[in-house]
Design a binder for this molecule. Structure first.
Ligand code: NDP
Length: 242
């Protein structure tokens, strides 16, 4: 049944998002991958995968509206939305300026409202939708130096449960995935000595792979997952059992 369904993956050109975009395409979805500004990565991604990339800022509601309209005209109405785009601006609160707070809240959390608001009417009209929001282990457990990121990701988990209740009677499921530490550019920015200590705390003894998260998305968007809504799937190698 996935054949021909339209899936939008925000931040779908790199890292975890790229793995999700490719996994969905391999299952027969028509995929639109979005990105913010890294044109080189997006071009390479589209050349290598054949998936169209759409450039806009997920923190900008009007830009999301315009992009969803364009994607719907080009590929069809959106059946699956994966809110994956995210950033970090890490530092302790006594060094954090308002901009670092606001950028992370807007990009990681308000983006979920923006994108969901833009697809929800059409999903309701068609009585079908699958929404997966990418949270984080650090939204579940908190993390030193990340009050902005932990607040945004924790917010995603609450947002997911509320929207799941609203969507259920309309055939729309809404779930979250809380990845642990996954080997992407985001985690490569963590200093090696800090990363070593993090890996030592992962019972599976390794970082996650982007594909580990993509497989979780495939599971949650499948027709067979119809009875799963409002849940958070932790994919973290056992680092945090919540
Ligand atoms: P990457 O930094 O590797 O990729 C981020 C993607 O998001 C890029 O495609 C980027 O576009 C896009 N993006 C960033 N800001 C915006 C914006 N304002 N508008 C549109 N697109 C944007 O991230 P990861 O793959 O590591 O992370 C993906 C998600 O998983 C994030 O939400 C992250 O918080 C979450 N996560 C990651 C973990 C990890 O260990 N890596 C752990 C837990 C959660 P561009 O290429 O143009 O910059």
């Amino acid at each position: 049944m996935s054949e021909g369904r339209v899936a939008v993956v925000t931040g779908g050109t790199r890292g975890i998002g790229r793995a999700i975009s490719e996994a969905l395409k391999n299952k027969g979805y028509k995929v639109a991958a979005t990105y913010a500004g890294n044109d080189d990565a997006a071009k390479k991604f589209s050349e290598e995968t054949g998936i169209a990339a759409y450039k806009f800022d997920v923190a900008d509601f009007a830009a999301c509206e315009a992009a969803v309209k364009k994607i719907s005209e080009e590929l069809g109405p959106v059946d699956v939305l994966v809110n994956n785009a995210g950033i970090t601006r890490d530092t302790t609160i006594h060094r954090m300026d308002y901009q670092k707070w606001d950028e992370v809240i807007q990009t990681n959390l308000s983006s979920c409202f923006n994108m969901c608001r833009c697809v929800i009417d059409s999903m309701r009209d068609r009585s079908f939708g699958r929404i997966v929001n990418i949270g984080s282990i650090n939204g579940q457990a908190g993390q030193y130096g990340q009050v902005n990121y932990a607040a945004a990701k924790s917010g995603i988990h609450g947002f997911t449960k509320a929207l799941a209740q609203e969507g259920a009677s309309k055939g729309i499921t809404v779930n979250a995935i809380a990845p642990g530490y996954v080997d992407t550019d985001m985690v490569r920015a963590v200093p090696p000595n800090v990363l070593e200590k993090i890996i030592a705390k992962i019972p599976r003894g390794r970082l996650g792979k982007a594909d580990d998260i993509a497989r979780g998305v495939l599971f949650l968007v499948a027709d067979d997952a119809d009875f799963i809504t409002g849940s958070t799937l932790s994919i973290n190698g056992g680092q945090h059992m919540y």
